[in-house]
Ligand binder design. Structure first.
Ligand SMILES: *[C@@H]1O[C@H](CO)[C@@H](O)[C@H](O)[C@H]1NC(C)=O
Ligand SMILES: *[C@@H]1O[C@H](CO)[C@@H](O)[C@H](O)[C@H]1NC(C)=O
Ligand SMILES: *[C@@H]1O[C@H](CO)[C@@H](O)[C@H](O)[C@H]1NC(C)=O
Ligand SMILES: *[C@@H]1O[C@H](CO)[C@@H](O)[C@H](O)[C@H]1NC(C)=O
Ligand SMILES: *[C@@H]1O[C@H](CO)[C@@H](O)[C@H](O)[C@H]1NC(C)=O
Ligand SMILES: [Zn+2]
Ligand SMILES: [Zn+2]
Length: 598
């Protein structure tokens, strides 16, 4: 989550109609912007109009209230910039105009406005300069996920060819021998983390060395290990976590992405490279088994952007692929390196009958500007995935899929999520586990058959996060995997109480096992039908939902204090069954059942 709108870009005007603004203010601001577009010059009342309709910190909080007008405003603001470019503004002038709009509407602090604009300007102008028909609504349609934004013929719709054939029968086994896999996710190593700074900073990440000091008494001072509010982790918290994980036995490590901190307004190729290497080096130091990492949306500079095939020069993000192909090389085959260089994805077979497929699902991220240029299966990844799964099916292999952004996430382009899910359904018996990150939550999703919607066919497990960002205790997962089928036999979640650890920084961190899935939820197996059965059980037993809620945040004090009311419970259930954004069928059904079970 978190990163949702937090990482919004200069034009991603995630508009929240501030309740203080009267409807007239909206009319005034849209009229002024329309005048600007018509005349080609700032109308005299522009300052005043923009000030009357502030979008306070929208780039940071990302809070969008349901505002049917947001598309209109986003489109107008974007069109103003496109027009100015077409009228001949150079990069410096355009940056200055964008900064004026961002600052006057208070979309973020001045330095966050300017840093975000600086990072994204080259790509924005590239899009405008190379596409005569680029429009504000085409951009807003994708970043706001609004069908109401009319983008002409461009509706970001496409399909991939799913290999023909039917899901094969699973190999059955009576064996209950297992081995372990460690799942670590979302470290977000922050070199600038500084205890004692304020945790209420109104920027994308707090506890930075160049931010104000916090007040211990008021509870606004960032803790030693990290902080519940918008905070990532210092080097020693990463080390402490990796050290703790090595107290278990495991054969492989899955790392589901996000090496780099949330200081999104001031990323750079040099600093991201440095931080990705720093984390990878720690993996090499602590683990003597293979690590299978995937890329997160925070790895590129600027954040979230993955350039289309054939783009080169300074706006290309090829350097990320080059970097990790080399850095992760010791765990990967030469073939795996080749596909990493192509699109950041790869496959390896760690042992006979077992295949790991690591995706770069960040390509589906809606604030990945490049989708506006070309959204169809970027870097041919899904087509490739289909081929790999078909090959695995033929060879009777069991597959684990790793990815950063889960397919049902609201940050993921619905078309990508839907097409991915078609592959999961087709190969549901070959895929014996899916593993993701990004949301920073301990959670799972159940995938259902498309032709037989009541039939659960697969489960995706999220790795939660090492960073507490936001409101959670740091954690990691340990899976027991069946040695013959490679099914997930059981899982454990480990964590520590951040409040307590920060109270006594010199004491040893008191890690504990939060729960084991089978025990905690009283299920026989972690197979799709049993996990689906658990959801049915939750509908009849609210305390089970509450348990899931607490685990989701790893018992963090913030989560305990805020609790989970009925609407929170419903949205938890809805999330569990939403595996492609926009497909609300299962969600609506489950909400109805929830209400009936009151
Ligand atoms: C599994 O166990 C059942 C009952 O104990 C037995 O009938 C069956 O043959 C066994 N299957 C395999 C593959 O060993
Ligand atoms: C890169 O990191 C250094 C040291 O952490 C910092 O001083 C510098 O401002 C960063 N560069 C950018 C572009 O933010
Ligand atoms: C994407 O950008 C390239 C220029 O780099 C352009 O040739 C191509 O037409 C664009 N694609 C779309 C779908 O607009
Ligand atoms: C975490 O530790 C603090 C300080 O000891 C305590 O007040 C709090 O109740 C603990 N939280 C939980 C969920 O146990
Ligand atoms: C409901 O779930 C709770 C928490 O797991 C459990 O303790 C309780 O026995 C369940 N109640 C029923 C009626 O099954
Ligand atoms: Zn993350
Ligand atoms: Zn992420």
């Amino acid at each position: 989550m978190v990163s949702k709108w937090v990482e919004c870009l200069l034009l991603c005007v995630c508009l929240s109609a501030s309740t203080s603004s009267a409807p007239e203010a909206f009319e005034v601001v849209t009229k002024a912007l329309t005048d600007y577009l018509t005349s080609g010059a700032r109308p005299p009342n522009l300052d005043h109009a923009l000030e009357q309709y502030p979008l306070p910190n929208v780039l940071v909080t990302g809070e969008i209230k349901d505002d049917s007008q947001k598309c209109r405003l986003c489109t107008l603001l974007t069109d103003v910039l496109i027009m100015n470019r077409r009228l001949g503004m150079n990069d410096v002038q355009l940056a200055s105009e964008a900064s004026y709009l961002c600052r006057t509407m208070k979309m973020a602090t001045d330095r966050v406005c300017d840093g975000t604009i600086k990072n994204n300007l080259d790509i924005f102008t590239y899009m405008i300069d190379n596409n005569e028909d680029m429009t504000g609504s085409r951009i807003c349609r994708i970043v706001l996920r609004e069908k109401e934004c009319d983008s002409g013929s461009e509706n970001y719709e496409w399909t991939i060819d799913v290999p023909p054939g039917k899901t094969v029968e699973r190999t059955k086994t009576n064996s209950s021998t297992t081995f372990n896999i460690l799942h670590v996710s979302d470290i977000h190593y922050d070199p600038l983390y500084t205890p004692g700074k304020t945790n209420t900073c109104h920027e994308n990440v707090c506890c930075q060395d160049d931010q104000a000091d916090g007040e211990l008494a008021a509870g606004t001072a960032c803790g030693y290990w990290s902080d519940y509010y918008n905070a990532d982790i210092p080097f020693y918290t990463m080390q402490e976590t990796l050290r703790q994980t090595t107290t278990h036995n495991f054969d492989y490590v899955y790392y589901t992405g996000d090496f780099v901190a949330h200081r999104v307004w001031s990323t750079s190729v040099e600093n991201n490279t440095r931080d990705i290497i720093a984390v990878t080096d720690q993996f090499k130091k602590y683990y003597n088994v293979p690590v299978y990492p995937v890329l997160g949306n925070h790895e590129p500079h600027p954040v979230n952007l993955w350039s289309s095939d054939g783009v080169d020069g300074t706006i290309s993000t090829q350097w990320v692929f080059d970097l990790v192909a080399e850095q992760w090389g010791e765990w990967l085959s030469e073939d795996a390196k080749k596909t990493i260089l192509k699109g950041g994805y790869y496959t390896v077979s760690p042992r006979k009958g077992f295949r790991v497929i690591a995706l770069n699902s960040n390509l589906c991220y809606i604030t990945n500007w490049w989708l506006i240029n070309d959204s169809k299966d970027p870097h041919g990844q899904l087509a490739w995935l289909g081929e790999q799964l078909l090959e695995a099916e033929k060879n009777e292999e069991s597959v684990h899929i790793l990815m950063h952004v889960p397919s049902g996430n609201s940050d993921c382009l619905h078309t990508w999520g839907r097409e991915y899910r078609r592959l999961v359904t087709r190969f549901s018996n070959t895929i014996t586990g899916q593993f993701s990150g990004h949301t920073h939550r301990d959670q799972f999703w159940v995938y259902y058959d498309e032709e037989e919607p009541s039939k659960a066919v697969n489960v995706l497990w999220n790795g939660a996060s090492v960073t507490p960002y936001s409101y959670a205790n740091p954690s990691y997962k340990l899976y027991q995997i069946n040695t013959e089928t490679f099914d997930v036999f059981d899982l454990e979640e480990w964590t520590f109480n951040l409040t307590l650890a920060n109270m006594y920084p010199s004491r040893e961190v008191d890690w504990y096992k939060l729960y084991s899935f089978k025990d905690a939820f009283e299920v026989d197996t972690l197979q799709p039908n049993d996990v689906d059965g658990l959801i049915s059980k939750m509908l009849k037993n609210r305390s089970l939902i509450y348990k899931y809620y607490l685990y989701k945040f790893r018992n963090s004090d913030v989560a305990v204090a805020s609790g989970c009311d009925e609407s929170c419970q419903k949205s938890l259930l809805c999330d569990m069954v939403t595996t492609a954004y926009d497909d609300t069928e299962h969600c609506e059904k489950i909400k109805k059942l929830y209400d009936e079970n009151k």
